[in-house]
Design a protein. Structure first.
Length: 156
């Protein structure tokens, strides 16, 4: 087996703008840089239409944290910040995408679309009602991914 056959070519990492997710981005950036891989940073967001019941429910439950997932403008700011963090960690080839949808569906769609061979997620899941509303991204993505998954310890 050649050396290039053992390395990752496309790495996808998700971020919601939280410090925990940015730690996963930094780890993914370092790994992508070391492998010479392209890093694709994805951020999912919900639409901002006031009549969207799912969005209204998420905003109500998340309160101050709602900015992290609602609307494309915050998502674009989030991926820009994440791209800077990934570059500082060693990533040379970085692309960013902000996609409307739920976090797990967006990550899995980006993995398929980019033909990624590694998905990186942080281990921080959402507990309580937030977790029931939005699901656990690390657990769901790990269970459903068709490529390798690296779960980065990003808490405490």
């Amino acid at each position: 087996m050649s050396e290039t056959a053992n390395t990752y070519r496309t790495v996808v990492v998700g971020t919601d703008g939280s410090e925990s997710s940015l730690r996963a981005v930094a780890r993914a950036g370092a790994l992508a840089g070391a492998c010479g891989a392209t890093l694709v940073i994805a951020c999912a967001y919900l639409p901002t239409e006031a009549d969207d019941r799912e969005t209204a429910q998420a905003q109500d439950v998340l309160r101050d944290e709602a900015y992290q997932i609602v609307g494309s403008h915050p998502a674009e700011d989030t991926v820009r910040t994440a791209s800077e963090r990934a570059g500082a960690a060693g990533a040379n080839k970085v692309r960013t995408v902000a996609v409307q949808g739920s976090p797990v569906e967006v990550l899995l769609d980006v993995v398929r679309r980019e033909n990624a061979d590694l998905l990186v997620v942080g281990n921080r899941g959402l507990a309580g009602i937030k977790g029931r509303l939005l699901g656990s991204v690390p657990a769901d993505a790990t269970r459903r991914s068709e490529c390798d998954v690296l779960v980065v310890h990003t808490t405490g």
